[in-house]
Design a protein around this ligand. Sequence first.
Ligand code: DGY
Length: 323
Amino acid sequence: MTIPPEAVILLSSPPTAFVREEITSLQTQIINPWTSDNPETIIASAASRVRAIINCSSRVNIDTDYMNRFPNLSLISNHGVGYDNIDAVEAARRGIIVTNTPDVLTEDVADLAMALLLATVRLIPQADQFVRQERWLKAPFPLSGSLQGRTMGIVGLGRIGHAVAFRAKAFGLHITYHGRHRQAKVDYSYHPDLLTMAKDCDTLMVTAPATDATRHMINESILKALGPAGVIINVSRGSLIDQDALISALSSGTIFAAGLDVYEDEPNVPKALIDLDNTVLLPHIGSATLPTRKAMARLVVDNVEAWLSGHSPLTPVPECLGL
Ligand code: DGY
């Protein structure tokens, strides 16, 4: 693969500060339209010269229409492990390589998943408010639920799912998992059927990727099966949970609580979720630590550098591995 020296790289969204820093090492022209008042005009004028895109936003929908605008596009380097906003099958069909940033964020996302679980079950945000509002002076804080004795059903035992399982096991939880296939050399019990797993556990940990097949896989019947002690944690993507069904399950006591880092229409979080006191809500910060965001930015640029020097990018997504 020979990349012409005039290869132009487009930033499809405002870059993170670390990406802005790391791209200075790239020996090619970079178009950052996001410092202008009219980015679309700049993108349109450069479109035919763009060979690679660096994408830092899960809200840029890189579908067929988007790709049609860039007839010479060869690489999409995505900042993030999730790439549900990119039609990777269509990209692969066109010979465009899509890369993402796996591994570097696994531990931080798994840590956040456990923090959400602890916060949700042990009522940590509520307890913090209780002290700040000086209500402790008048009465003791109500008793919370416990992590002990819980069975965690992991929906999607990938890299992040495994890292959460490792932590949850150390916390004394019993672990079980659901996914498309039973995994060799994994001791946790496997449920080929999500509904059966939901009946058998009281803590659902959502770590599966967002795809057409996983959209709304957590629906009214799954929540009902989880039951009144049920806690659901989502650090993957909002689309995996039917958000309206979740709101009614939380409001009616069908399940106990939810800890969410992701939502169906970010950054819009429904008022109904905000008003509930059995939710802990975070602003999609799974990978948002300084070291991890720096490592993600470096990997985004390493992928571009590998491609620019005619090598295979380091972390292509599975859909593009056949290229
Ligand atoms: C990802 O990488 O997909 C995480 O959600 C962080 O944005």
